[in-house]
Design a binder for this molecule. Structure first.
Ligand code: 5GP
Ligand code: ZN
Length: 115
């Protein structure tokens, strides 16, 4: 399977990792949209939110747990942050390995601006 995020999990594509455990990896987005822009992914290849199976839900809990931890580590827990998942064409999802964007480090503006 030709998945860029699976390659980041394996280490065959380099990334600036900020967190890793048994289930989850987190790394800096290559094109940051905010001063803090981290991508958090399950190691398991799941294409999108539409493809999450019953046995996978705990992995999304792990992603949220990692987000809480990373936000604290990177100093944005108090100032605040946004955790975003894009699913499918209308959302603009471009990488089909489920991921959450952790964004912060500045006021992010209204979520629905431009919607
Ligand atoms: P999406 O629109 O699918 O939710 O966002 C995918 C994100 O992955 C984009 O913000 C893009 O900059 C990031 N991205 C794509 N390819 C790579 C890569 O090879 N390395 C890293 N670190 N980020 C990537
Ligand atoms: Zn993958």
């Amino acid at each position: 399977m030709d998945c860029i995020f699976c390659k980041i999990v394996e280490g065959s594509v380099p990334s600036k990792k900020v967190f890793e455990n048994e289930h989850v990896v987190a790394f800096h987005d290559i094109q940051p949209a905010a001063p803090v822009h981290i991508l958090i992914i399950p190691k398991k290849h799941i294409a999108s939110m539409n493809d999450v199976q019953q046995e996978d839900w705990h992995l999304l809990g792990e992603v949220h747990r990692a987000a809480q931890h990373i936000a604290a580590e990177l100093g944005i827990a108090e100032s605040g942050y946004r955790l975003v998942n894009n699913c499918g064409k209308d959302s603009g999802q471009i990488v089909f390995h489920i991921h959450y964007h952790l964004l912060g480090g500045k006021p992010l503006g209204p979520l629905l601006a431009g919607a």
